[in-house]
Design a protein around this ligand. Structure first.
Ligand SMILES: Nc1ncnc2c1ncn2[C@@H]1O[C@H](COP(=O)(O)OP(=O)(O)OP(=O)(O)O)[C@@H](O)[C@H]1O
Ligand SMILES: [Mg+2]
Length: 139
């Protein structure tokens, strides 16, 4: 299939609307297929990306994402970086607790996303907002 998109290059996508969240899901799915993740792992990383994109939109006030192929010499994977300039997350341990929400959600997005990927890194501050990097490797 020709999509006109070079998945060998990092793909940037704004996150400003529900439609953008759908685009993020599609982009992550495409890269997951390109690096031959299993169907189950594709679904895990797409689900994680969906939750993180939604948080970027709702709590970060919008932002951006970059989706790229990761390669550690042994395996390939999908790496996704979410960025916002929102208020930051004051207490990370609390935010990563199942059921904790400040927005009337289920409080399962962040904690669930962490369990669905292989690598999960958060940098957050009131000054610079929040950057979350996740990686899912093929096995
Ligand atoms: N990008 C962000 N910027 C600021 N705060 C955030 C961000 N992402 C998450 N948070 C904070 O972490 C809390 C937990 O996030 P999480 O995704 O687990 O739950 P939720 O979004 O409230 O509910 P759910 O995702 O289950 O619908 C949020 O309620 C919010 O306070
Ligand atoms: Mg959430």
């Amino acid at each position: 299939m020709t999509t006109g998109v070079d998945l060998g290059q990092p793909q940037a996508q704004a996150i400003r609307s529900d439609e953008d969240v759908v685009r993020v899901r599609q982009l992550v799915r495409s890269v997951a297929v390109a690096v031959k993740l299993s169907l189950v792992d594709q679904t895990k990383v797409v689900t994680a990306a969906s939750e993180l994109a939604r948080n970027t939109l709702v709590y970060g006030g919008g932002g951006s994402v970059e989706v790229m192929i990761a390669d550690n010499g042994r395996r390939k994977g999908v790496q996704i970086v979410f960025d916002d300039s929102g208020p930051g997350i004051p207490d990370l341990d609390l935010a990563l607790t199942d059921g904790y929400t400040t927005g009337g959600g289920l409080g399962l997005g962040l904690s669930g996303a962490r369990r669905l990927v292989d690598e999960f890194q958060i940098e957050t501050s009131a000054e610079s907002g929040t950057r979350i990097t996740v990686t899912k490797w093929s096995r």
